[in-house]
Design a protein around this ligand. Structure first.
Ligand SMILES: C=C(O[C@@H]1C=C(C(=O)O)C=C[C@H]1O)C(=O)O
Length: 472
């Protein structure tokens, strides 16, 4: 049933009650209300809210699911290695005593984490700290043709409660903190012509780094390590982020298409890799490691997929990830199940080895516990984890920021989903940094890994309209 929130009858008393409660408790009180609305295109809504200080987008086109968050009613931003547990605690504290009305999905935080809180950090990732979960001022949820708008206000928080009724999501006037918003949306379909910047100079360094990492694996310093490279591109005009998101949605419908925008800076991508989903007590995790490009013809494509399944190097690399996921789930979960053999998961330009892992969450354990234990899996970090992270910090030579880290959402019941932020880029105006990495084993061939990383960069290069630039 559609529940219409009557501003005078429902909202004013609710806000008054929240103010009294907040004063009594000496703590902020969340007021959250929702209503069913006509479905809108989530990317349109994201685009129209360009003046908001915070915007988030999460799309699973094939699952017919989308979340758009605009503005920030509350920000959860813990730092350091305990950031997952701290984020969990902060979210529960905010929900304690919350006044939640309306039907459809409840209040939901959306956001992400940095790959490594001990990383060498650069100003480039300013605004994307160790952790940042946003309770949007307004959230639009689309699921199977239905659409709900939820509005969140935290009374007694550092953000003053907004005047009611609020403008609709997409009008872009909900929250504007003075950050200049220059996201331009040029109508011209002609792509921004990119010039490969540091990416070109970084080629020899990546090859050397892979050779050295493979030697470290052969020496037994590590079992596996993932090395990434960054390609910086500068265009003549600001990148059209919304057009990029539309291209990603069209080309990668089976992937998670995401965007987290802070003012002018937008981190976006289309990742095939689920980190973890919690649905009731059912846990779903994916092992995705071992890659080969798609073929030009159906026959070549089948041959390449078969070659990947038969590749000892890729199977070993993949098995390391499955083992680590099983170990991470052992404890917070029971009934951890995996098929014996990996299968092929194919996205537009690349085949991966894929093993789905399912489990049941034990009482008392949470989604954030799982994220904390799983991240980084050896698909994006390495194993042993501590040694791999140290190796990456010392040898990779870049600030991964939020690349290869968890990005996703969590609702008021603690359910939600986080993906691994791969095939992604950080865009600011006419500058973009794209990231891609590869799992390095003792027998890794630097040239082959370089080619693989180029294939993984292609989705974002194409989405940003810089196909053909650099990287081959
Ligand atoms: C690190 C990336 O991808 C990861 C590494 C893979 C591999 O080494 O085969 C495959 C999928 C991802 O888990 C990336 O896309 O940047």
């Amino acid at each position: 049933m559609t529940e219409r929130i009557d501003t005078e009858q429902v909202l004013a008393p609710l806000l008054a009650r929240a103010r009294r409660l907040a004063a009594e408790r000496g703590a902020p009180v969340l007021v959250s209300w929702s209503e069913r609305v006509a479905a809108e295109d989530p990317i349109d809504v994201f685009a129209q809210a360009a003046t908001a200080s915070d915007r988030c987008l999460w799309l699973q086109p094939d699952a017919d699911f989308a979340l758009v968050g605009v503005g920030a009613a509350h920000v959860i931003e813990p730092t350091g290695p305990e950031r997952f547990a701290a984020a969990d605690a902060a979210w529960r504290a905010l929900l304690d005593g919350a006044l939640i009305v309306g039907d459809g999905p409840g209040p939901t935080v959306i956001g992400g984490f940095a790959f490594d809180p001990e990383r060498p950090s650069t100003p480039r990732w300013c605004g994307f700290p160790d952790a940042r979960l946003i309770l949007p001022r307004q959230t639009l949820t689309l699921q199977g043709g239905e659409c709900w708008r939820r509005v969140n206000v935290v009374v007694g928080d550092r953000h003053p409660s907004p005047p009611t009724p609020l403008p609709t999501l997409g009008e872009g006037s909900i929250e504007h903190d003075g950050m200049p918003s220059t996201q331009s949306a040029p109508d011209s379909p002609s792509p921004n012509v990119g010039r490969g910047g540091q990416g070109v100079r970084a080629v020899p360094r990546f090859l050397t780094a892979v050779a050295q990492a493979a030697a470290a694996v052969r020496r037994g310093d590590l079992e596996k390590v993932v090395l990434a490279r960054e390609v910086r591109v500068e265009a003549e005009e600001p990148f059209d982020v919304e057009a990029a998101l539309r291209r990603l949605r069209d080309a990668y419908p089976s992937c998670y298409v995401f965007a987290v925008a802070r003012g002018e800076r937008v981190f976006l991508g289309a990742t095939p890799e689920r980190l973890v989903r919690l649905d009731g007590r059912t846990v779903r995790v994916a092992s995705l490691a071992g890659s080969i490009p798609r073929g030009a013809t159906p026959e070549e494509d089948r041959e390449l997929a078969a070659a990947l399944l038969a590749s000892a190097k890729d199977r070993a690399e993949h098995a390391v990830v499955v083992r680590a996921i099983r170990t991470a789930l052992d404890g917070p979960c029971v009934e951890v199940e995996t098929p014996d053999e990996p299968e092929i998961l194919s996205v537009r330009n690349v085949h991966h080895l894929y093993t789905p892992v399912t489990a049941r969450l034990r009482d008392g354990a949470t989604l954030m516990d799982l994220v904390a234990r799983l991240h980084p899996t050896p698909a994006v970090g390495g194993t042993p984890r501590a040694e791999a992270l140290r190796y990456i910090r010392e040898h990779e030579g870049l600030d991964r920021g939020w690349y290869a880290a968890p990005v996703g959402w969590m609702d008021a019941s603690g359910q939600g989903e986080f993906a691994v932020a791969l095939r992604s880029a950080l865009v600011e105006g006419a500058e973009a940094s794209l990231f891609a990495g590869c799992g390095i084993m003792g027998d890794s061939d630097p040239e082959r890994e370089y080619a693989e990383s180029s294939v993984k960069l292609r989705p974002m290069l194409a989405a940003l309209g810089i196909e053909g630039a650099e990287t081959e």
